[in-house]
Design a protein around this ligand. Structure first.
Ligand code: RP5
Length: 152
């Protein structure tokens, strides 16, 4: 795969890192170029918008966005870009992540976000890899190998 950052892993708070690390670890394992950013739709809306509107021209092909509580980050980013956004609802509140899950899954028509399970950062990375595999043969081979190994 050519150089550059293909996947952006974004999280609403540094406290989400313990979960989102699972996505980074999978991307590392598959040797995907990625970057990690802490951005918040609520606490730093201007910088988050800036990131989203520039993502495509910066070579980002898939965005993984993890957020907890009123988890607006994935949807906020998706509203500013056509780069596919995969949302990870983080279990960071007294509602056991159901608030995050509903916030990410219940996007209005026209602004899709692919919603993973609560704390499902590992699957978010695998989904990102499967999207990249549509374009990059080396990624396709790796994900096929991964699935074959899992079956075994
Ligand atoms: C959300 O609020 C973050 O994504 C995080 O899951 C949660 C708690 O954030 P902190 O108060 O720990 O920074 O915005």
């Amino acid at each position: 795969m050519a150089g550059g950052k293909k996947v952006a892993v974004v999280m609403g708070s540094i406290s989400d890192e313990v979960v989102m690390k699972k996505a980074s670890n999978v991307l590392k394992e598959f040797k995907v170029d990625y970057e990690v950013n802490v951005l918040s739709a609520h606490r730093m809306p201007d910088r988050t918008r800036e990131f989203a509107i520039n993502a495509k021209s910066n070579g980002i092909e898939v965005i993984i966005a993890g957020a907890g509580k009123a988890a607006h980050l994935p949807g906020f980013i998706a509203s500013h870009t056509t780069v596919p956004v995969i949302g990870v609802p983080i279990k960071s509140s007294g509602l056991n992540g159901l608030d995050s899950l509903f916030s990410i899954a219940q996007m209005p028509s026209g602004v899709p976000v692919a919603c993973m399970s609560i704390d499902g950062a590992e699957n978010a990375a695998l989904m990102a890899i499967q999207i990249l595999a549509l374009k990059y043969d080396d990624m396709a081979k790796k994900i096929e190998g991964y699935k074959a190994k899992m079956t075994k």
